[in-house]
Design a protein around this ligand. Structure first.
Ligand code: SAM
Length: 283
């Protein structure tokens, strides 16, 4: 008898859910990457996209391939995470940083900033430019972290396609940039190399928000377009980690897609900007 003919849609969904659980459990045990509490609809879509790319017919086949071949796992991590980013992404966010956050940072002798989920580094370099223009870059250290080593390798080079400069420049202008954006890079062939000066106070390092611990205390923590990929429980856990890593009166910058509303930390922060979700720790 053809087993398919007796398998209902509900049963197929249940089998798929079991396969996804087994795959994510296996990856956690084999490699330490923990995707078990990522938002389920998006993780499911991405697993199937990966299966198609690798010409694997089932999620169980993905499990076998990924567990046995570390190079397959590298590709899997890349396809499971969204690494899209740009310089001065959401220019209004950087404008709000300039007006609401920089004046607070200026009162500190030394400023530690954590850019969590920095992808290929554009956000950290944008931050460096803002700090430079505001005259406090020399007092700042930006710790830019991501779980993905591949994107970090790119971030560290500070080299971006020249074709991206038009978009970066437009964003920079809208974000309240004070100079000519072209002063911040050197064009060579098809690439733009970010000035060494902007790179020297940024420390790029691997850090997994799900499995790694707090590693310092920060005056400003940026985490944009990262929490959206987690389920509610994991979002809460990661926000706790960021809170543990926050200095007194530190600033939490979530960006326009996230919020502290309904989180258990809501009362521990004062809202500085309701649109860009900038918060200041109350004590
Ligand atoms: C869409 S990018 C956001 C980049 C930048 N923050 C921005 O807003 O343009 C999301 C990044 O989060 C990273 N990420 C996802 N899960 C993570 C985790 N558990 N720990 C650290 N980084 C993670 C991904 O690797 C990816 O580079």
């Amino acid at each position: 008898m053809d087993p398919d003919s007796t398998t209902t849609v509900e049963q197929k969904d249940e089998i798929e859910a079991i396969e996804i659980d087994l795959l994510l459990d296996g990856i956690y045990r084999r490699y330490g990457y923990d995707f078990r509490k990522y938002a389920s609809a998006s993780i499911r879509r991405r697993i199937w996209k990966f299966a198609e790319q690798e010409k694997l017919a089932t999620i169980s086949a993905v499990q076998e391939a990924v567990l046995h071949e570390p190079s397959m796992m590298d590709r899997f991590v890349l396809s499971l995470t969204v690494n899209v980013t740009t310089m001065f992404r959401d220019p209004a966010f950087f404008l709000a940083l300039r007006t609401e956050v920089i004046p607070i940072l200026k009162t500190y002798p030394m400023i530690r900033i954590w850019d969590a989920g920095c992808a290929t580094g554009e956000e950290a370099y944008s931050m460096a430019i803002v700090l430079k223009e505001e005259g406090i870059y020399d007092r700042c250290r930006i710790y830019a972290t991501d779980m993905n080593e591949d994107v970090l390798r790119k971030a560290k080079t500070g080299i971006f396609p020249l074709s991206h400069m038009k978009e970066f420049t437009d964003n920079y202008i809208q974000s309240g940039g004070k100079n000519s954006f072209s002063e911040y890079y050197t064009a060579k062939y098809d690439y733009a190399i970010i000035n060494q000066e902007l790179r020297q106070n940024i420390i790029f390092a691997q850090h997994n928000l799900v499995t790694d611990k707090s590693f310092n205390e920060f005056n400003l923590v940026l985490i944009r377009n990262v929490l959206i990929y987690f389920n509610e429980e994991l979002r809460g856990k990661v926000l706790d980690l960021l809170h543990e890593s926050m200095a007194s009166f530190g600033i939490l910058a979530l960006g326009k897609r996230e919020s502290l509303k309904f989180s258990r930390l809501e009362s521990a922060y004062e809202e500085l900007d309701s649109a860009m979700k900038l918060y200041k720790r109350c004590a």
